[in-house]
Design a protein around this ligand. Structure first.
Ligand SMILES: NC(=O)c1ccc[n+]([C@@H]2O[C@H](COP(=O)([O-])OP(=O)(O)OC[C@H]3O[C@@H](n4cnc5c(N)ncnc54)[C@H](OP(=O)(O)O)[C@@H]3O)[C@@H](O)[C@H]2O)c1
Length: 208
């Protein structure tokens, strides 16, 4: 287990492919994880993990300081409406506009989330790698590069969370840098599906 500077209470809304792997990674790192599930029966395996509780989305987010949105972009408006006021919380947008475009009038999906959740500290993260690598932040035993950008107060919290899971985290800066994180996901998706690389890879950085 990676050293844990601060144990946080994190709600993960949407226990699908991304959400369920992230729940595993966060719980393994020692965080308290509240899974926000519309149908608890679909999250039964997660409920059995130490440090994990499965609740309805509103109850999960109410009890958490950090809320990860791991739903399709088209479900964001309904999801945010169903969980109530997110002001004062760190909200992590892990979505990608893949099968649907970035909502009209917004440069990025994260900007749309900030509009849906006024007063929340919105941060873009966990969207630039296949879901199967979110449980340990690694590919082939090597920490994967994970770019993070967004709100200045929320970003350090998310950087720390992602590092505790095992990622090689890059803090790209404020909301103006979110576009880079969403573009990095587009690059991953292009390589995976248009260039035929498949899903089993992540980005890395060479340092000297
Ligand atoms: N798959 C990847 O490798 C990957 C990687 C990075 C980012 N992403 C992005 O992450 C997001 C989730 O992708 P995924 O692959 O995890 O999708 P998924 O497996 O289809 O899971 C989607 C989850 O969202 C939930 N959901 C849908 N509408 C909801 C609502 N109104 N309220 C609450 N929960 C709702 C679903 O709940 P139910 O089970 O109740 O339907 C399900 O748990 C997408 O934006 C995707 O682009 C995916």
């Amino acid at each position: 287990m990676t050293e844990l500077p601060v144990a946080r209470t994190v709600a993960v809304v949407g226990p699908g492919k991304v959400g369920s792997q992230l729940v595993r990674g966060l719980a393994r790192a020692g965080h308290q994880v509240l899974v926000g599930a519309r149908d608890a029966s679909r999250a039964a395996e997660l409920a059995a993990l130490e440090g994990v509780s499965v609740l309805d989305p509103a109850a999960a987010t109410a009890g958490a300081e950090v809320v990860v949105l791991a739903v399709p972009v088209t479900a964001l408006a309904d999801t945010v409406a169903s969980v109530g006021d997110l002001a004062g919380k760190v909200v992590v947008d892990a979505t990608n506009a893949v099968t649907s475009p970035v909502p009209d009038g917004y440069d990025t999906v994260a900007a749309y989330v900030a509009h849906l959740a006024p007063g929340a500290a919105v941060v873009k993260a966990f969207n630039t790698i296949g879901a199967e690598h979110l449980a340990d932040g690694q590919v082939g035993g090597v920490a994967a590069f994970l770019p993070v950008a967004g709100d200045d107060t929320g970003r350090p919290v998310v950087v720390e969370l992602a590092s505790s899971v095992g990622f090689d985290v890059a803090d790209l800066g404020g909301p103006d840098a979110v576009r880079l994180v969403e573009d990095a996901a587009r690059l991953w998706i292009h390589l995976a599906f248009k260039c035929g690389w498949g899903r089993d890879f992540g980005f890395g950085v060479l340092r000297q």
